[in-house]
Design a protein around this ligand. Sequence first.
Ligand code: GLC
Length: 754
Amino acid sequence: MFRIVSSNQFLPISCLLVLTFCSLAIGENINIHDRIESLLSKMTLAEKVGQMIQINGYDGKIPKDLKQRLREGGIGSILNEVNPEINLEMQRIAVEESRLGIPLIIGRDVIHGFRTIFPIPLGQAATWDPELVRACAGIAAEEAASVGIDWTFAPMMDIARDPRWGRIAEGFGEDPYLASVLAAAMVRGLQGEDLSAPNTIAACAKHFAGYGAAEGGRDYNTVYIPEGLLRDVYLPPFRAAVDAGVATVMASFNEINGVPSSGNAFLLRQVLRKEWGFQGFVVSDWGSMSEMMNHGFCSDLKDVAQKSIQAGVDMEMVSTAYADYLEDLVNSGAVPQELVDDAVRNILRVKFQLGLFDKPSPYSLKGIHKPSQKALDLAKRAALESVVLLKNEGNLLPLSRKIRSIAVIGPLADEPYEVLGTWSLDGKAEDTITPLQAVKTFLGESADIKYTGGLPYTRSRDESGFSPAVLAAEESDAVLLFVGEESALSGEGHSRAYLNLPGAQEKLINTLAATGKPIALVVMAGRPLTIGEISRKVQAVLYAWHPGTMTGPALVDLIFGIESPSGKLPVTFPKTAGQIPVYYNHKNTGRPPQEGAFTLIDDIPVHAFQHSLGNTSHYLDIGYLPLYPFGFGLSYTRFKYANIKLSTNNIKIGDNIRVSVDLINVGAMEAEEVAQLYIRDLVASITRPVRELKGFQRIRLKPGEKKTVTFDLPSQDLGFHNTDMEYTVEPGKFHLWVGGDSQSVLMTEFELVE
Ligand code: GLC
């Protein structure tokens, strides 16, 4: 029974409650705030600058000069040391042998796992499963923390619309909504509920900002992004990470609209601090500060130091501008002391939040000697959910578990290292279970398994292995063919101008297709590849990205139907590199193409009249549709969407829209579907994309089962930045779709009213 509080009593009690709540909430900050201020007041300028310096580790050693710098409080962070004893000793020296005992923050790239390697982030994005992404990050944090890592440079959340860019592998694809949800999930997984807990580490939102829009998909290249596009497409994942409490942000290598990110006060002070209220610290990328001289933005290293601190970079990764010049700049008055104090406050705040000052000394680290079963089970589930079924002609898959003879072929069929993917620094190939190993375990003696690589590695053009491959195929009932990219063909600095399968892999596929044996092709790569031609030569295609430690068991469960594939593409697949950029949330243009409204190159009559081929936005040789659209992925069952309904068709701006749709498994196998919700704002003061993802849900249904799926869509999510760079939601008509990919057709419409 509620006790009704009369209005004259209500006020004092409510104030008391509010004050109590605020003091509790701030209480922790007052505690950290006071500790920061107290420490800062004792620090010399040299010790303050020391906190802003990050150096690379010495691979299991602590040289004498490093010990001296640690004792002088001249280093704030070390990255890339993973030997727990060394990390313990460096921390001990920093804490016990320096004047103020400020601990180091030790960093490492833990991008998709530490010892247990999960799918590359682009593969994790294909799961459309934020809870799974969070769980994987939690395991990664636990494993990294066990060797003394306090901080990782992840999640990477650069929106990428260009698969030539090698770092598309490290992010969550082309869509701001999907990337925002998954970036926040990964931050929560890494940092947990309590950043000071021994099994959590500080995360880092990178690379701020616009790095994925490098011209030509060539890494580190120039970036031009109009501010409206920057705010509507490239910044949302970073905002989501900040709102999720990310402890740090990394400035990107690239210049953006003429100003390198490490010297970009608009990004680092205006957007990140003033607009978003970010409280953590900003670290440069590796040498990105000193590279501002190459950019032609800074004249020398002293200029680098001045422009970087003025722009808002708190810590310098490995270059030495701050170490060499920041003290002089402050002492000469060129840089206000306050800027240095604020930078150090930001760094100390994260160190206090991490509990680094409160660790018992000495403390121990348990290290990690091999992945736990829990980690491996999660890695298998993540790999399994990440795989996208692109083709399944004649329902070749799943293969019968009673198959009598099978050929397992390809350079990635029994390759334990390459399937770990890029940035798998601390993963070990010895932990990987390869597809061949998993097929042997699954089929045992019940089938005759013939294995041959066909090619020694993915780039190889040595065809001497083709004959044994043909023989193996001819003597088998079916062929499992594992192809793709070695891990070094994607990732940092590894852009490609051609996106076909490297080496002689396509020739190998054609050669095996000529045997007439049914082929299930499994492609493992760090990016979308132009596999259109090749896909026509095989009956089934599974796209597995780089699945990590549990590649084999996950693929075998899919190939033999223990589970149905459920992955959905987080990025559009182009028909050819010449079609790039191609992405689903494009604008309509004044002459949108329609199938049939133009003549393709092979059908153009000789001496055709110059202007007779259909003046719409398409290519004469490939039309305009992608090879596979964003959000696409098949299943071993079939899902039907029906009965789409809205809470009302007239929505007041500020209200939510409740959307419901019936999803039915009309096939014969239990499976999971990712139901996706898209909208289109038909007319606005700034043209809007033809589709925008605004919601998704992963749902498991038994054969014949129906579920009414509901989405609550805040109308506030339907806005964009107008010409005044204000976020605005404009009245007008909208289309709304719910379906299994970005070209789904079940649609309804509503009107937004003032
Ligand atoms: C690299 C990358 C960045 C990484 C850092 C530390 O060059 O750009 O993503 O976190 O340096 O390894």
